[in-house]
Design a binder for this molecule. Structure first.
Ligand code: PMP
Length: 413
């Protein structure tokens, strides 16, 4: 098990107060906090060996290149990818998915084809496919949500057809916390010749993920949700899918030889990393991977299971509060969304902020899912390695206090 209290000491920001109270940070699905070792990795780079990569012969450039590629190797191992050549550094999950939509899709998705998504996708794994559908004449289809907020797999045979070219789905829902059976869906998709993209923005930071075990063709995630800085993300691509993909952005670094009228492409994965990459943040992502591996991803997962169970138990006692997501903790990540009837989630978020408690309130970039759940927005608490049961107690007390206040205001109005 994790010792969250000890882990907290590694995170400088957790020492601060907000509105005169110790910060209770429960917005980890939006972005995680950063440990000292990650911040140090950034400072060491800028103070010690700041230089461009893959193009210099001087000492600093050689050192920066080695550390940049070392970070790639760490991330490759972290997700069980067979080779560093299959690991492309991008800005974030959104860019990773757009890379696939702009490079793989035009060559593989045609008029009348289908792209199968789920009803719980983040806009980042919906809007790029709407654009592909508009451009190609393909159709979007959806695996529906079941009553218990898992995917209704009894409908899989109907929605997954011989016309399905791509199945693009989230591993863990950022609203419901649902952990989707990606491996099972990938197997069914491959049997019909479809390609599979996994949005792992909410899974890679929180549980062991092995791309070869999942057998997905694409896997996308963001560093900033897993202790690393903003501005660095990852796209993994299986072979031979990768070998058949043309470049994304064109320019320096992604070329081998250039003439005035044409160019040839660099080796993998640099072919997909045009221009100067995000060197410092990639190296810091490597430090974040070291840190998480030191804790053990199975321990990270168990810690969140425990906190989620504890929170659901406490919240189900509250009157007029609807909880979303599966009750079964085996298929649920550390995300708890809820709706307090009669109180807009934004008001609740503001009231909790006055108590130093940071939760997220809004549509969580999943507007179609909000409509499906029949709410304008939800409040969401989401956990990570440094959260404790005491913090959940503060959340629950704060909620009770806020709900009392709002019911009083409503009665008087
Ligand atoms: N997919 C999911 C499931 C997410 O939770 C998020 C971030 N909220 C994204 C995609 C997009 O991540 P980013 O903003 O880092 O591109």
């Amino acid at each position: 098990m994790l010792d969250a209290r000890r882990i907290r000491e590694d995170f400088p920001v957790l020492r601060r107060e907000v509105n005169g109270r110790p910060l209770v940070y429960l917005d980890n699905a939006a972005t995680s906090q950063k440990p000292r070792c990650v911040i140090d990795a950034l400072v060491e780079y800028y103070e010690g060996y700041n230089s461009n990569v893959h193009r210099g012969v001087h000492a600093l450039s050689v050192e920066a290149t080695a550390r940049y590629e070392e970070a790639r190797a760490k991330v490759t191992a972290f997700i069980g990818a067979p080779s560093h050549e299959q690991l492309i550094f991008v800005r974030n999950t959104t860019e990773a998915i757009n890379l696939v939509a702009r490079t793989w899709a035009p060559a593989n998705v045609h008029e009348g084809d289908e792209i199968l998504l789920t009803e719980m996708e983040h806009h980042s794994n919906l809007v790029p496919w709407q654009k592909v559908a508009q451009d190609t004449g393909a159709h979007l289809t959806f695996i529906p949500l079941a009553e218990d907020h898992t995917l209704d797999l009894s409908r899989l045979e109907t929605v997954l057809t011989s016309r399905t070219r791509l199945v693009a789905l989230t591993h863990v829902s950022n609203v419901l916390g649902t952990i989707n059976p990606v491996k099972e869906i990938a197997r069914a998709a491959h049997q019909l010749g479809a390609t599979v993209l996994v949005d792992a923005a909410q899974s890679v930071p929180h549980m062991p993920v092995d791309v070869q075990d999942l057998d997905c063709d694409f896997l996308a995630f963001s560093g900033h949700k897993m202790c690393a800085p903003t501005g660095i993300g990852v796209l993994y691509v299986k072979r031979p899918v990768l070998d058949e993909m043309g470049p994304f952005l064109h320019g320096g670094e992604m070329v081998k030889e250039v003439w005035y009228d044409h160019a040839t492409w660099n080796d993998l994965p640099l072919r997909f990393e045009a221009g100067t990459p995000n060197i410092a943040d990639s190296i810091a992502l490597g430090a974040a991977v070291d840190y998480l591996q030191g804790l053990g991803m199975e321990n990270v997962r168990q810690h969140e299971v425990q906190l989620t169970g504890y929170t659901l138990n406490a919240l189900k006692e509250l009157e007029d509060v609807t909880l979303f997501g599966p009750k079964d903790l085996n298929v649920r990540g550390g995300v708890v969304s809820f709706y307090a009837h009669g109180v807009h989630p934004h008001d609740l978020g503001t009231a909790l902020d006055k108590l130093g408690i940071a939760i997220r309130a809004g549509h969580h970039c999943a507007m179609p899912l909000m409509r499906k759940l029949n709410v304008p927005a939800t409040a969401r608490a989401s956990f990570y390695i440094y959260n404790t049961e005491e913090e959940v107690d503060l959340l629950v007390d704060g909620l009770k206090q806020s709900l009392r206040f709002f019911s009083h205001v409503t009665r008087r109005a």
